[in-house]
Write a protein that binds this ligand. Structure first.
Ligand SMILES: Cc1ncc(COP(=O)(O)O)c(C=O)c1O
Length: 433
């Protein structure tokens, strides 16, 4: 663990089981303090946070408005179980999401994590059809998609890290990319991809599809950015077959791509939208699934409750809803979506200086998600370490490095990030390929 000193690292090595990590001591830094878009480790080393914490800290660290929203709410009321009663912040947040999402997406179910949100969205989509007495059970997703770590979420993904160790509860068809990721910003490549989706939806003998679950850009799958015609074409394919379109905005939602939601780049209307991460700027856990009145009303036919048979004790926790409302205030007041677009353009321009560098295969991006695809997973790992030594934390997703700093990063911070990365590549460049 870098940022070592202290008994804290030893304690961590002895007692903490880190998720998605090999057994043994953590190789990442131990962070002690954070402010804005900067972090300090236990030894006082400073970093630019190019990973936004867990890709969720959109408004940056130490925001008094967000801290006050949590503490004020906890003082007034901790929570009310939403299966038993109601509290005001969840209603205010659901109303606000309906306004932001548009397209008749007016009804929100709350959970705690992105995985729970996706699990809920799949259950809603599947039960929508059973409530209508139609036998549609199959879900279609991207092989390189990532939707979380519950058994159902893992069965949607074909990524090696997410490979399920339990049998899938429902049939899933996973669509492979038809071109290299770097080609998919091109409309012709998206047409080829849509052909593959059409075949998957119409797969003989597989049963009718209930729902399609997709991310607007593949985050864990290596920072794969699509031309906007892709989602528009997928919406058309779903409409032709009556399939519900579930958009996973867990990573992309709330400004990350330079629009409030990733699907808005394609001008489409989803049937269900799943949100988490940026909804509270990562200050406390929350996720939301928003759908239409048409989907909601079908649940009156549920044989047990005449409603949804799914939920969690802390679904829509009042403090989480309060901080989400304060997060939305900050995003709007400080025009963070515009800032994400502007800083993202600068970062992309700056990091394009790496194209042609030994070990770098492509540089692409959408909003404040900038992707440096390396020639191999090992090269990406070595470059990420060197970049870390130069004071910038980046996220490795397969052979890609993602720069996804908080949406509050300013022009000076974006320049500093680029300059540290270029310096690190200069240091490492002689040894990678
Ligand atoms: C697109 C996407 N969906 C779902 C998830 C799962 O969210 P969580 O880790 O909060 O369960 C993630 C997490 O990174 C994600 O990026």
């Amino acid at each position: 663990m870098s940022g070592t000193s202290s008994a804290a690292a030893e304690r961590d090595d002895a007692h903490v089981w880190h998720p998605w990590s090999p057994i043994g001591p953590s190789s990442g830094p131990m962070i002690a303090r954070a402010e804005g878009y900067r972090l300090w480790d236990v030894d006082g080393r400073e970093y630019i946070d190019g990973v936004s914490g867990a890709m969720n800290c959109s408004c940056g660290y130490g925001r008094p408005e967000l801290i006050a929203a949590v503490s004020d709410q906890l003082r007034a009321l901790t929570h009310v179980d939403l299966s038993f009663g109601a509290h005001e912040p969840s209603g205010r947040l659901a109303e606000r999401l309906a306004d932001l999402l548009g397209h008749g997406l007016t009804r929100t179910f709350f959970a705690n994590s992105g995985s729970e949100g996706i699990e809920a969205a799949c259950r809603i989509a599947l039960n929508y059809w059973s409530n209508r007495s139609e036998s549609r059970r199959r879900i279609v997703s991207f092989e390189r998609g990532y939707h979380g770590s519950t058994a159902l979420c893992q069965s949607l993904s074909g990524l090696p890290a997410a490979l399920p160790d339990l049998p899938s509860a429902v049939p899933v068809t996973r669509v492979a990319l038809t071109d290299e990721p770097r080609a998919l910003t091109d409309p012709a490549a998206c047409d080829r991809l849509l052909d593959a989706w059409e075949q998957a939806l119409d797969e003989p003998g597989a049963g009718e599809a209930a729902a399609v679950v997709v991310e607007p850009l593949l985050n864990v799958g290596g920072g794969v950015v699509f031309h906007p015609s892709f989602l528009a074409g997928l919406r058309r394919l779903c409409d032709e077959r009556g399939v519900l379109l579930v958009i996973d905005e867990v990573f992309t939602g709330f400004g990350r791509t330079g629009a409030m939601f990733g699907f808005q780049h394609s001008g489409i209307a989803p049937d269900l939208v799943v949100m988490s991460k940026g909804i509270t700027s990562g200050y406390v856990p929350l996720s939301a699934v928003t759908t239409t009145d048409r989907v909601y009303r079908e649940f009156a036919a549920d044989p047990v409750y005449g409603g949804l048979r799914y939920g969690h004790t802390t679904s829509g926790h009042a403090a989480a809803c309060a901080v989400a409302l304060a997060t939305l205030d900050l995003i709007e007041r400080d025009e963070l979506v515009v800032n994400a677009q502007d800083r993202g353009t600068e970062l992309l321009h700056g990091l394009r200086g790496l194209a042609g560098h030994a070990g770098v295969a492509d540089v692409r991006g959408l909003g404040l998600t900038v992707v440096v695809e390396c020639s191999s997973v090992d090269t990406a790992a070595r470059l990420r370490e060197e970049i870390g030594r130069h004071g910038v934390l980046l996220r490795q997703q397969m052979s890609s490095l993602l720069a996804v700093p908080p949406l509050v990063i300013d022009a000076a911070g974006a320049r500093e990030l680029v300059s540290h990365v270029l310096d690190a590549l200069d240091t490492a460049g002689r040894h990678v390929g």
